[in-house]
Design a protein around this ligand. Structure first.
Ligand code: CA
Length: 231
């Protein structure tokens, strides 16, 4: 979750409160920082203050929305005029909460939104390719050099997450929250088990397809994994 807030008191309260609610939190103090953070790792949720030191929050909301069509964007602001709410929602926000708000209400709204959180399949790329690997995201099919690999649900979700885009390191924590549970907290054993089985299937599939370059998922120690982009 990306918190965009320049006020140190409110930012710190949000950070600790959301972490206590088992959300993973990144905190950007300016619009520029927010865009850089979002580009580094696309956020699932953005909590956006409108009064930022370097740019207007409404404009930032529009940019975040166009770059991250599937993100949940909630505006948290002191601007409470009906027209401000309309502007915020029209700029792409999913919800609008005026300050002062209570943390329990924010957490409840997050729960409600995340329950429904299901990226629109029409917005997502339908097909992802990486060397001989091809993923059809709507049909949930994984093909290596024309040879179909049968993957279990989480194995497919995992390779799909790593492949968008390939070549980028994805942390264990991101994989756990994106593939398993947005409220995940604790052990990542299930990730290791699924990863091992996914790698076995990719290797076996590449061998069966007579493919010289099997898709490679590299372990990045202390961080996570990366699906290698073929040269
Ligand atoms: Ca502010």
């Amino acid at each position: 979750m990306l918190v965009v807030e320049d006020d140190p008191t409110i930012g710190a309260l949000l950070e600790s409160g959301l972490r206590a609610g088992q959300h993973e939190v990144r905190w950007a103090r300016t619009g520029t920082q927010a865009l850089a953070e979002a580009a580094r790792r696309p956020p699932q949720v953005v909590l956006l203050d409108l009064g930022l030191p370097d740019q207007d929050g409404i404009q930032l909301c529009r940019m975040l929305r166009s770059r991250h069509p599937n993100a949940l964007i909630i505006i948290l602001t002191a601007r409470r005029e009906p027209m401000d709410v309309v502007l915020g929602l029209d700029a792409g926000a999913d919800d609008y909460l005026t300050k002062p708000f209570t943390l329990v209400e924010l957490l409840a709204r997050l729960r409600a939104h995340l329950r429904r959180w299901d990226p629109d399949p029409d917005d997502a790329p339908l097909r992802v390719e990486c060397g001989p690997l091809r993923l059809d995201l709507t049909a949930r099919r994984c093909v290596i050099a024309g040879h179909e690999i049968e993957l279990r649900m989480k194995e497919f979700d995992l390779i799909a997450r790593l492949a968008q885009p390939a070549g980028r390191a994805v942390s264990r924590q991101t994989l756990m929250t994106d593939v398993w549970d947005p409220h995940w907290f604790g052990s990542t054993k299930t990730l290791d088990v699924t990863m091992a089985s996914l790698r076995r299937k990719l290797e076996a599939g590449a061998a069966a397809a007579g493919c010289e370059q099997a898709p490679v998922i590299t372990t990045i120690r202390g961080h996570g994994f990366r699906l290698e982009r073929p040269l």
